[in-house]
Design a protein around this ligand. Sequence first.
Ligand code: NAD
Length: 389
Amino acid sequence: MNEQTIIGIIGSGAMGTGIAQVAAIAGHKVVLSDANGEALGRAKANLITTLIKLQEKGKINNAGQILENISYTQFREPFTELAPCGLIIEAVVERLDVKHNVFKNLEAVVSNDCVLATNTSSLSVTSIAAACQNPSRVIGLHFFNPAPLMALVEIIPALQTEANLVPETKELMLKWGKTPVITKDTPGFIVNRVARPYYGEALRIYEEGIADMATIDWAMTEIGKFRMGPFALMDYIGHDVNYVVTETVFQSFFYDPRYKPSFSQKRLLEAGWLGRKSGKGFYNYADSNTMPLPKKDLDLGLQIFERILAMLINEAIDALHLNIANAADLEIAMTKGVNYPKGLLQWCDEWGAANCLAKLDSLYHEYHEDRYRASTLLRKQAIGNKKIV
Ligand SMILES: NC(=O)c1ccc[n+]([C@@H]2O[C@H](COP(=O)([O-])OP(=O)(O)OC[C@H]3O[C@@H](n4cnc5c(N)ncnc54)[C@H](O)[C@@H]3O)[C@@H](O)[C@H]2O)c1
């Protein structure tokens, strides 16, 4: 794959449009396709506006050429416009049956050496690949939202993926100015797995009445230096997305209590209180509303911060233990994919594996829940406070 490779994108929603922009700016001809003609029209209008703005700001100087390099086609038989593509990235709705159909249709029209990628955030790439006659050409390329701004791309080889596709797609992502990491095809890949306790443990602390959400958000931003507190962040992501990812990860991990979803968040979703986008979630975003103030109690804040941090570190170190990714990629994923102030493994080294383990063990003794079991690797590192990175 090189600059001459024509890139096909299926699905012209938030992700497909963003990925099309990235590929076109990197110099490729791009064919953007969607089953829905109106969605395609919106994507075209958005891309024109965005590229003109980027040119006005001096970030690019060839908006006209880039726009000319993007063509639009409805995703329907005979799919002819997609035939010359050398790489197709699928970004349609997150449904296995729909993705299976898309891959079957694509395989019937593209050349034998066309690479087929999926941008799925929670489905098994191996299962998507299984829909193809030649599953060895299928790989996961998980971009983050918004794709033009977020540097991270998780590369996920399926069980069937040809080995050389990993370095090939990695090189291409580097050319696109992205920061690729490689991860095993397991639920949530790196980011959506390791980040779960940021939400889950915050919700648990809130549900138990240990602190209110404003105080939890304050603890994580003021003491932890995270960019957004968990409740503000869940509202920002939207509960339709954030809750569904949690539930999918929980189910995919055979109901491991570590990933158990929360009723408080489920009820918000049921009420249609999706967060910022609907004007109300955990917080009320109406202009007339006064936001709740945190209780700035440093002891309480530290207790909240250390509890959530210990759970996050445990998740990261367990991912390392299970070879989900190497240490360097785990650190890159959490700092570039969700902008954590520090890699979690480095954080473990600085805090001390023994301190982190003591926090988890005290939670385990308090609750007697499997949710708080410490990773074997954390236990090993805690002996003599061995460093990881
Ligand atoms: N939104 C995110 O934050 C995010 C981040 C990373 C990955 N993803 C993944 O990216 C994919 C797309 O997400 P999105 O947020 O862009 O969704 P979206 O709803 O904004 O867009 C999906 C698009 O796919 C089109 N589509 C649906 N079925 C189709 C079909 N059979 N053939 C062709 N087009 C079809 C729809 O018309 C729509 O325009 C999903 O797999 C999602 O899990 C989303």
